[in-house]
Design a protein around this ligand. Structure first.
Ligand code: ADP
Length: 164
């Protein structure tokens, strides 16, 4: 059985992430979306539990996609799935440089681990979680940026942020 791992901080999950997950689910038998709780992205908008809950609701429609989380190194996490491939989305040259470095580090830790990249859909090349957070903070309409079912979660959290 072919297994793909789609990692990310998903703070929150966007339609760009979902597009990569959906396309990956057509190529692999099973997809594990892993919410990474990493120290290099401090001050997240959502807790891991909140992020997990939103990702689970967003991928419910895809039967071969499951959701997990990890606060360790991705290359270590991947060792539990034999032959698993990491699949990531590439938006721009800046994504490429970072991902290229990450891939080299991952290879040092887990030489058997391969990473594949899907190019971002034209519709979503501009979209990132940080843009969504900013739009949410200013009360902008989030339709077309994130899955509809999680818009209330983001609006609720943005209201708490604004009142701080
Ligand atoms: P972000 O960069 O939005 O904070 P993450 O760290 O959660 O996102 O990213 C996880 C993965 O999803 C990365 O491989 C990233 O390149 C990819 N990704 C993020 N946004 C998009 C998008 N709009 N289209 C395609 N891939 C994306």
């Amino acid at each position: 059985m072919s297994i793909a791992i789609c990692p990310g901080s998903f703070d929150p999950i966007t339609l760009g992430h979902l597009n990569i997950i959906r396309r990956t689910s057509k190529i692999f038998d099973r997809v594990v979306v892993c919410v990474m709780n990493n120290a290099n992205k401090p001050n997240p908008m959502f807790t891991v539990e909140e992020k997990l809950d939103m990702v689970i609701r967003a991928v419910e429609r895809y039967p071969n996609v499951t959701v997990d989380c990890s606060s360790g190194l991705l290359a270590e996490y991947a060792k539990q799935y034999e032959g698993a491939v990491i699949v990531k989305g590439l938006r721009a040259a800046s994504d490429f440089e970072y991902e290229f470095q990450m891939n080299l580090i991952n290879k040092k830790i887990n030489p058997a681990l391969e990473t594949m990249f899907l190019t971002a859909s034209e519709k979503y090349t501009f979209l990132s979680s940080s843009i969504v957070r900013e739009m949410a903070y200013y009360g902008a309409d989030l339709t077309g940026l994130v899955p509809n079912e999680i818009i209330p979660d983001i609006q609720r959290k943005a209201e708490i942020w604004r009142s701080k």
